[in-house]
Design a protein around this ligand. Sequence first.
Ligand code: CMP
Length: 157
Amino acid sequence: MTTKDKIKNLSEIGLFEGIPEEQIEKIFKVVKKGTVPAYTTIFRQNEPGNKFFVIISGKVRVFRINTKGVETELAILRQGEYFGEMALLTDEPRSASVETLEETQLLVLTKNQLDQILKIIPNISLTFVKQMANRLVKEEKRIEMDQEMKDFLLDMI
Ligand code: CMP
């Protein structure tokens, strides 16, 4: 893939909207691209993480397995969406596992590359914060619903 193609891909991705082309060119000369076959684990929850991924094409599934072995699907992510930012921003292990649902093309950024981009385009940090806040609200709703279901079942006993 040529740098020009990479830039074209990136400027079409919402996260990188509004970045001048020469800036994208500078940063993304070194960005790697990879193709992952369908049903392949990209990383597992609790692993240390040092990469950030942007989906150029394809589809991935984000899921978590709790201590009792029960799996919860958190999201299906598609073209233009991204994942893997949380471990990089928090220095915590991966919060969830990610696997491909079909052949998926990814841009793979190192922590250094992401740090550089965040310095140049502070708006991306805002996008991350907003998305994390949205996920938190969804998670709280899920916990609330679980509790309501538990209460309902207890009432029936
Ligand atoms: P990270 O913790 O590095 O690795 C797992 C990734 O899954 C995480 O970053 C986010 O990018 C993504 N992720 C975590 N929780 C959710 C969620 N509730 N919905 C969508 N994506 C998530």
